[in-house]
Design a protein around this ligand. Structure first.
Ligand code: 3HC
Length: 285
């Protein structure tokens, strides 16, 4: 099936970024948000990020206008009906994601592929909500989506070879490199990344080093674009904790135990960039 029209459910940071990239790369993208206020917010953030690309000269004014013409924002999946591909990027709640998959199945074109952008939940379990799980798959984008080159493709237990091949080709159409993983907790990306961030938080908790030095050591010593504490703030400390919990429960191995300091930060509402305070302060601009 040739994919031309796509539906993206959820207009948060990830969903907006995904819709942005689809529209920029020539596909008709319909973004679904739950209210018109959230839909307006999602659209404004896409325009802001496209403006940023235009200012840097990585997106021409004409291409930006054309991309925005291919993008629409609606407030129900029904209004996006007829899509041949959909990706959900709603909060990391298994029941919510299963419900969205059921709704997507009702309004999709025949033969459509349904993808989840889950960062660590079971793709197999989300896919179990639909009649044909062979057309369900994980498509895990990285933040910021317009910038990051990778899409991690996760094969659920029943994902067909054809579905897998189609989404790998789709990732290439988006200018990304696909890399595949099987459906185990955290897949590859977050199984490797999150324990590293958690360990940096443990270094801070134990007083091994200051936050600045921990970040400097990893940024300059390992050539990471951001230090681990800065990256944890950027991802969201609640997201990091939720993924560590999935790893800890999924493998039953104490090496995935979330840092008590990470738990405390989340309990205190210090979630990182989005709450204005995490390991660092982010004053409102
Ligand atoms: N939309 C469009 N463009 C954006 C953007 C956005 N949201 N955010 C940044 N950019 C562009 C900028 O315009 C700039 O473009 P240029 O290279 O053409 O000049 C480029 O990205 C770099 O941005 P800045 O100059 O503002 O800032 P930095 O050089 O500090 O880069 C960064 C910012 C790209 C975020 C970089 O620090 C980085 O790569 N950090 C690591 C990000 C990372 O690891 N992401 C993965 C997180 S894990 C994940 O997503 C999985 C999940 O499941 C948890």
């Amino acid at each position: 099936m040739t994919i031309r029209r796509v539906c993206v459910v959820g207009g948060g940071t990830m969903g907006s970024g995904i819709a942005h990239v689809f529209a920029q790369r020539g596909l008709e993208a319909v973004l679904v948000e739950s209210s018109s206020a959230l839909a307006d917010k999602a659209l404004a953030s896409i325009v802001r990020n496209m403006d940023r690309q235009a200012a840097k000269g990585t997106l021409s004014a004409a291409d930006k206008e054309a991309a925005l013409k291919r993008l629409s924002v609606v407030t129900s999946i029904e209004k996006a009906a007829g899509f041949s591909f959909a990706v959900e990027a709603v909060p990391e709640n298994l029941e919510l994601k299963k419900k969205i998959f059921c709704e997507l199945e009702i309004h999709a074109a025949a033969g459509a592929i349904l993808a989840t952008n889950t960062s660590s939940l079971s793709v197999t379990e989300i896919a179990s909500a639909v009649k044909d799980p062979s057309r369900a798959v994980g498509m895990h984008f990285m933040n910021p989506v317009p910038v990051m080159a990778l899409v991690e493709i996760i094969r659920g237990l029943q994902t067909s070879d054809e579905t897998h091949r189609t989404v790998c080709e789709l990732a290439v159409r988006l200018g990304k490199t696909p890399a595949s993983a099987r459906d185990f907790p955290g897949f590859v990306s977050n199984r490797v990344l999150m324990p590293m961030l958690n360990e940096a938080i443990e270094c801070l908790r134990e007083g091994v080093s200051s936050r600045e030095d921990i970040d400097t050591i990893m940024r300059l010593g390992m050539a990471h674009p951001m230090g681990p504490l800065q990256l944890a703030d950027y991802i969201g400390l609640d997201v990091c904790l939720a993924i560590m919990e999935v790893l800890h429960q999924g493998f039953g191995d104490s090496k995935y135990r979330p840092s008590p300091l990470l738990r405390q930060m989340v309990r205190a509402g210090r979630l990182g960039v989005k709450s204005g305070r995490g390991f660092y302060d982010y004053p409102k601009k």
